[in-house]
Design a protein around this ligand. Structure first.
Ligand SMILES: Nc1ncnc2c1ncn2[C@@H]1O[C@H](COP(=O)(O)OP(=O)(O)OP(=O)(O)O)[C@@H](O)[C@H]1O
Ligand SMILES: [Mg+2]
Length: 471
């Protein structure tokens, strides 16, 4: 965090200082909630969790060099005591970003937030110092902790914002008010908790409502191809920029194709010029994510050439999203087990087909969660697509949805052992270990709850001959 004295912090958060001999001492290190991360100069935030009470670590963190604890009760070591630690953390973040004059970019959506946030960060940091959400820390605690890592040097702060209900995004934008707000899509993630797609749109749209008006530099970046996102234009006073395939889009892609390694290439069009992109990421769903990132970067003053270069160099910063690894025996493992929805399933299968180049391809797939009434039809369609794309072997893993997937493949004309249904991840690993041959390409993908990354990891831990593979 930028250097602030304990007295200043206490004032900002409305807290009482306890056991602090000298309130002019400054916090100069990071603000942390994990006691193991508390080092010299840090401020430790003590949350009371279900299993652990952060206050129990107060002495340990001070011994490790923490200057003080932000706590809800005195702890016998230097502490700033407040009623509500989460609210205090939020107030501190709000104060710090207000002092810094960093440009804040916030994004939300049902799928692709982390992938797109990682792209935006890589594009912007090719231009100027950029701080961004690590992984998916997109909630009321992760977001302020990330914001507090910004310093005077930080030009851009890119924040992923998640929501599980109405009012969540409004709360987050209150802590870190964005100048540029991006909404990717309204899908079915957490639809049960929200009550329906309209409610999800209502919640995600809070992001663009929080933006400053166009005259003050506010920019809303919206997906032109998603009607519920496109409609959010009426909920903002900010300037609206559209990305996507629609003719209306200000930022779009032309000649989209997959290379023979499964990586998308296209010509990027922006309001001030065009440039060619070949991505290092795999799967065409990243085209939409790349256009969103390009729209943000263009609004923040980057040229089409600069953006295209950075997009072409951007790698995967977060795990299990189309993570491609070559085993020493020539088997290629594509780990996309982080999550799945119909669109990304199709994109992953097309990438697998493009990567084949005459090699045998395996699709090890599990259920796509939260599809409601569409579940049967969507799983059936994925099974059929695997056959149409000539995937050599489909291994459907898990219960009912996996059975639908396999039946779809069967009905589309997959014969004999071309498609199989196995009960769980271990059965899939056993099958693959006995049948994989050097040169095969294996895609592993399902919704988060299925945990299929264990399959990908098992495949990478042992080579075909049972040797431990280098990673
Ligand atoms: N533009 C997109 N459209 C649809 N699906 C996508 C898109 N981008 C990524 N995905 C899929 O969504 C999954 C999750 O991606 P990512 O982690 O980027 O999303 P997220 O919105 O951050 O998720 P979370 O809510 O878990 O934080 C990926 O594994 C991929 O399958
Ligand atoms: Mg995420």
């Amino acid at each position: 965090m930028i250097a602030l004295s304990l007295a200043e912090i206490a004032e900002v958060v409305g807290g009482q200082t306890h056991d602090i001999p000298d309130p002019s001492v400054q916090v100069t290190g990071p603000v942390v909630r994990d006691s193991r991360e508390a080092g010299p100069g840090s401020l430790f935030v003590a949350f009371v969790g279900e299993r652990v009470d952060g206050h129990d670590f107060a002495s340990a963190v001070v011994e490790a060099g923490a200057v003080a604890v932000l706590a809800s009760r005195p702890v016998g070591v230097p502490a700033i005591v407040v009623e509500d630690v989460q609210a205090a953390l939020g107030a501190l973040a709000r104060h710090v970003v207000g002092r810094l004059g960093t440009t804040l970019v916030a994004l939300t959506g049902s799928a692709g937030k982390t992938s797109t946030k990682d792209l935006i960060a890589q594009v912007l940091r090719s231009k100027a110092p950029t701080v961004f959400t690590p992984g998916s820390l997109n909630n009321e605690i992760g977001l302020p902790l990330t914001a507090l890592t910004a310093t005077e040097e930080t030009k851009f702060l890119v924040l992923e914002m998640g929501a599980r209900g109405i009012g969540h995004i409004r709360y987050l934008t209150g802590l870190t008010p964005p100048k540029v707000g991006l909404v990717l899509n309204v899908g079915s993630a957490h639809i049960g908790e929200f009550g329906g797609r309209e409610q999800i749109a209502e919640a995600k749209g809070e992001l663009v409502e929080a933006l400053p008006p166009a005259e003050e530099g506010g920019v809303a970046i919206l997906n032109a191809d998603d009607p519920l996102v496109r409609a959010m234009a009426s909920r903002t006073k900010a300037k609206v920029i559209l990305f996507g395939e629609s003719d209306e889009a200000d930022v779009s892609a032309e000649n989209v194709r997959l290379t023979d390694t499964g990586q998308p290439s296209f010509r990027l069009h922006t309001p001030s010029g065009a440039s060619d992109v070949t991505m290092r990421l795999y799967g065409e769903h990243h085209v939409s994510n790349a256009l969103a990132a390009a729209a943000v970067a263009h609004e923040l003053g980057m040229s089409a050439d600069e953006i295209a270069r950075a997009l072409s160099e951007a790698g995967s910063l977060s795990r299990w999203r189309m993570e491609v690894t070559e085993r020493p025996d020539g088997v290629t493992v594509v780990n996309d087990a982080y999550n799945a929805n119909p669109e990304s399933m199709r994109a992953a299968l097309r990438a697998l087909a493009a990567m084949a180049g005459g090699r045998r391809t395996w699709a090890v797939l599990g259920k796509m969660a939260e599809l409601g009434d569409e579940a049967l039809a969507e799983h059936d369609a994925v099974g059929r697509l695997a056959v149409r794309l000539n995937v050599s072997k489909l291994v459907a893993v898990g219960g009912r949805e996996a059975a639908w997937l396999q039946l779809g493949a069967y009905n589309e004309g997959s014969w004999g052992e071309e498609s199989v249904h196995v009960s769980d991840a271990q059965a899939a690993v056993d099958l693959l270990r006995s049948q994989l041959r050097p040169g095969d390409v294996v895609l592993v993908k399902a919704s988060r709850s299925v945990g299929l990354e264990s399959v990908a990891q098992a495949l990478l831990e042992t080579g075909a001959e049972g040797e431990v593979a280098a990673r």
